[in-house]
Design a protein around this ligand. Sequence first.
Ligand SMILES: [Ca+2]
Ligand SMILES: [Ca+2]
Length: 302
Amino acid sequence: MIYIKPTASLFLFIQLLVTACYSQNTGKEYDNGHGGKIYLPLGDISFADEVVEFKRGKPHAVEPACDSTLAIGIPDFNGLSGNFVSLGCGGSLTLLFTDNALVNIPGPDLFVFELGKYIESTELEISKDGSKWITVGKIAGGTASVDIGDSVKQGEVFHYVRLTDLKSDCKGDWPGADIDAVAAIGSGKQITLKNAVLYQFNDFNLLPGAKAELNKVIEQIKLQKPSQIIIEGHTDNIGTESYNYELSKKRAKTVGDYLKKNAVVGKIPTKIDGYGSKLPIANNATKQGQEKNRRVNIILIP
Ligand SMILES: [Ca+2]
Ligand SMILES: [Ca+2]
């Protein structure tokens, strides 16, 4: 048996190996469905995660291409129906990013995995809150990506994307655009922590257990090396909006103050935002929905 004496250089080697494995885990190439490849800096988390609304067009597709959930997650089209959704003629689909957020980076920011030889004309809009929308352009013909740079301010973060079929092909079994997946090339990793993990009810000081969760966030920040960190506090809709706004801002600040105590994180510019109950991600009419809405998002801008 060979015994290797642990030396400083061996430890350094192991550390380099671990770092290399971690960096390989993030960026990834995908077949773009048109004979080329598309590189996504955040890999599998780049894709839209939830369906918010699907307004099926008329005429609409045959089953199972009417299932809007087939447009979320990684592209998985294998030549068969059952892996994509057809919007139907004039249909629209609203998707939410939950473990990432859309941001402007140099070059294209959004990529739509639309199936077929020619990309069917589809308008793309983005939103921070799912109610105010910005039209950022369209995909059509040989272009499947859109640059949001001309439509947004630097450092703005978007959670929603809406695709609307522009009726370029309304014939056949799959009328309207056929969507396999939607990716944010310009993507910031988003970490969502439930308020119950961080604070006592109605309070903004951190619970003892919160620090373990936030230490995990610090490790993620060290790994991703973001250029900017955005911390968003959110509440449910119980109580007045001015109270909720103040509470959400104080809560986001407490998280920011804790993270900034770390020497590495302390050097990264950080923006603290409180939104009160203005940006719900679930229905406040149910207890489960309210709980989901009480949260802090930490977004790491690349
Ligand atoms: Ca995602
Ligand atoms: Ca861009």
